[in-house]
Structures are given as C-alpha cells and as structure tokens.
Design a protein around this ligand. Structure first.
Ligand code: LLP
Length: 452
C-alpha cells in the first residue's frame, strides 16, 4: 500500500488531511479498485479501531511536524520563537515531539507548566505564561522553573508577581498583555481582543502600567503581548493589532523601557470544511500581516499557535452503534459523545465526518456510494450531544466506523467525564509505528477520588 500514483487519486480528496490522513485504494484484484480506506500515515484506521477500540483519538506525527515547519519557514526572516499553545492539545508525547522540533510553549496554568517540564525539562526557558487568573502558587512555580516571560493581564497581577518574585529573590521578565480593541470575525466565545472582553489591559492605559512595572524591584519589563482571539482566518485583524502594538512599542521605548519581545498570541484559524491545499502559503500571508508593521523595530517575535499546529493532525474515530429514524428524521448514534468532543455542542462548530472505509466509483455508473442525510449524535442525555445535524453522508451500517476530522486541537483537551464516561485513548502514529500516548480511562479511575 505504498505511495499512490496520480491515476489512483482518491475521489475523497476533499476529506483528506495530508500528509497525515489520506485515503488509499484497497484493491481486491490487480485491476479492480473496490474500496478506499482512510489511513493515518501508513496505518489503516480500521486496524487502529480494532486494536484499541473506539472512541479513539488518532494523531499524525508528520502533520504536526509539517505544520510547525510551515511556521518556521514563513517567519524565517524574522527573529522568532514558536511557543506552541499547550491548551490546544496537551498530551505529553505531543509536547515532547514539538520540544524536539525546537518549539517553546505557551502555558496558562500550573498544570500546563508541569506538563511542559515533564515533556522536556529544558523547556522553561522557552515558555511564556499567559492567563487572566494566575494564582500565587502558579506564579511561584513558574518563577522557580525560570520561564522566559510572564504575560501579565492586570495591575493587581503585576503587584502579586512582584511580591512572589521578591520572596524568591528572583527577577520576573514581564510583558503586559494589551487589549488592542480589534474585532475579529470568529465565534463570540473565542474572540478576546475587544474592550468588553476580560483579557489584557486597555492599550491606552498600558504606558502607566509599564511605568509601575519598571519601578518594581523584582520585575524586568521585556515585552508586549497581544492575543485577539482564535479561529481567525482573515489576516487583517492580526495586521491591525500589530500596527497598534508597534505604536505602543515606540512609545514605551521613548519612555525608556527595554522592549525586546513582541508576543503575537495565537489565533490562526484552520479550514474545517475542506482540505487546505496551501497551508505554507496561508501561514506566509499571516506572517506578512504580523511582521510588516513590526519591520525595523528589532524585536524578537513570540508566536503562540495552537489549533493551526494540532487541529488537522488529529481525528476522533468512532463506531456507529445504532441507526434510527424518528418520523422521517434519521440519526446515526455513535459511541463518541459531547464529553469526548464538545466543539459542535459548545460553539456550533463544524467538523467533517467521513466513513473510514468508502466504496470506490461503482463499476457500472461511476457513482460513489449512496448518500443519506442524518444527525450524527452521541449517547449522552442531551439534545446538545451532536456532532452534525442534517448532514449528508455516505450510507453506513451499524458497526461501521467514522472519523471526525480536524479534532487534534481542543478535542481531547476539552474532554470531560460527563455521564460518567471514561475519556478516550489517544494514539500517535509515525509512518507505520503506533504509540499509545494515553490509555483509555477506566470507570475505576473515575471513582477513585470519591468517598461514600
Ligand atoms: N494564546 C492565548 C493567550 C490564547 O488564549 C490562545 C487560545 C492561544 C494562544 C491559542 O490560540 P489558537 O492558535 O489555538 O487559536 N476551545 C476553543 C478555542 C479556545 C482558544 C482559547 N485561547 C475551540 O475549540 O475553538
């Protein structure tokens, strides 16, 4: 089943997420192409489902590497560090893979910091700590670990950071996260760059706060940070935010501050409804938008992509438990649920769903498999427990498997135990090797912290 020739290009290319997830023709005989099977790298997904059960998160090493490489290439002319946003997918093996590729990290909690250190004990010096509600104990751990920079989000946090650093007789490097008041076209729950949002300090108040920070003995002003939201697919709000940050950096330097870092945050969106055919070009556009306003400033950029690195690198494999029809409405009831992947329920998010085995063009008509329109739903007792509504899908049978695409980011990371459902296992594939990077949770583990 090695490299596909052009002639054998799958009719399902729109649903492929290369290089990780690609359909390959399964030949029944030398001439007859009967089925197309979705592979993760060199491993057929049905094999993983049979071996590890479903629901199962499957990640592709080569996709993660390729996506990080696209960032490195697009920003190569500008001093920068990619600080992968751990919240998107925080599995230790994913973090270690990225650390080995030279990545730094963006963390938002003591837990995420622990993960980063467990994945790579040298990673602290490339780690930034963001978040509106850092506790004293989290700040103290980060100071002890010796992280690169704190993205501070309020005046009170500045005082707490100064106090914690003083107790440890350390100096904390500080950037203020400024809120540039730039609107981004995304779901309201994940837009963060307007005054009405809880994030950052208003950009026009920043100079005062920088003066306070500079006066504190245990703080060293070193940068400016910004993050305007997530799943943003248009470059212009990034450009606008950076233009405002550039003005601020000039003002701050005029005020005598040493500003070496500009942290652009994350937020670059992905194409959930189609295959991305030029990710390198897309990241290059983003890089131009971000760097153009900053040209000549001589700053080191910190980038915090999460979704755009991990999203298309993962699928959630699930099996069809039951098919049913209520008054003409069809349902596919699958064994994954909103506790495993909450994005459709929480944000009305779209994920493509594809059978892992699809029939090839029929010999007589050349048509693909028959389609049917159904809601794809989980077993949880809420009507919000759906992955797709009125979706046209190739006809599947009970027992068949589906892959929910682009679930490598904010999939497992947001999974819960609602309905006392153990969370899925996760596997990481590299060519033909498969590693279980998280075992399936057991009900016993769910109960173990509880007492009667
Ligand atoms: N940096 C900061 C400060 C952030 O708050 C975030 C995401 C990122 C970086 C990474 O953003 P990304 O490159 O992944 O867009 N659960 C939601 C997404 C929440 C994003 C929160 N912050 C979802 O499933 O769409």
């Amino acid at each position: 089943m090695s490299g596909r020739s052009k002639a054998m290009k799958s009719p399902y290319a729109d649903f492929e997420r290369p290089p990780g997830f690609v359909y390959r023709a399964a030949r029944k005989s030398a001439r007859l192409v009967s089925d197309y099977v979705l592979f993760c790298e060199d491993v057929p997904l049905p094999k993983l489902a049979a071996r590890f059960g479903t629901p199962l998160y499957v990640y592709s090493t080569s996709t993660i590497r390729a996506r990080l490489a696209a960032f490195e290439k697009a920003f190569r002319g500008f001093p920068h560090t990619v600080c992968y946003s751990v919240k998107a997918n925080s599995n230790l093996s994913v973090l270690r893979l990225l650390a080995h590729e030279g990545c730094g990290f963006d963390v938002v909690s003591g837990g995420e910091l622990e993960r980063v250190l467990a994945a790579d004990r040298h990673a602290a010096k490339k780690t930034v700590f963001s978040g509106v509600g850092k506790t004293r104990s989290e700040i103290t751990s980060a100071l002890k670990a010796g992280i690169l920079i704190f993205n501070v989000e309020s005046e009170s946090e500045l005082s707490v950071l100064a106090e914690c650093a003083g107790k440890l007789r350390k100096t904390a490097c500080v950037a203020l996260r400024v809120n540039p008041d730039v609107a981004a076209d995304t779901h309201p729950y994940i837009a963060t760059g307007l005054h009405k949002h809880k994030f950052g300090v208003p950009i026009d108040r920043a100079r005062d706060l920088y003066a306070k920070a500079a006066a504190a003995k245990h703080l060293r002003v070193a940068g400016v940070s910004v993050h305007i939201g997530s799943q943003i697919t248009d470059a212009s709000p990034f450009r606008e935010a950076m233009a405002r940050v550039t003005e601020l950096v000039k003002d701050l330097r005029f005020d005598g501050h040493n500003i070496n870092y500009v942290d652009t945050g994350g937020g670059l969106g992905i194409a959930y409804d189609e295959a991305e055919n030029d990710f390198d070009g897309y990241v290059a556009d983003y890089a131009r938008a971000v760097t153009q306003p900053l040209r000549g400033l001589n700053v080191h950029l910190l980038l915090e992509p999460g979704r755009s690195i991990a999203g298309p690198a993962g699928v959630l494999l699930t099996s069809v438990l039951y098919k049913k029809q209520n008054d003409g409405k069809r349902f596919l009831i699958v064994d994954a649920a909103m506790n495993d992947l909450i994005r459709p329920a929480l944000y009305g998010a779209h994920h493509e769903i594809v059978p892992v085995v699809q029939s090839g063009p029929q010999k007589t008509s050349g048509d693909l498999a028959k389609k049917e329109t159904a809601d794809v739903v989980g077993p949880i007792c809420e009507s919000g427990d759906f992955f797709a509504r009125d979706r046209e899908l190739p006809e599947v049978k009970e027992g068949d498997q589906l892959a929910i695409l682009d679930t490598g980011a904010y999939g497992m990371a947001l999974a819960s135990n609602y309905n006392s459902r153990p969370r899925p296992a996760e596997v990481l594939v590299a060519k033909n090797s498969v590693k279980v990077i998280r075992h399936r949770e057991t009900v016993q583990q769910l109960l173990q912290n509880e007492r009667v």
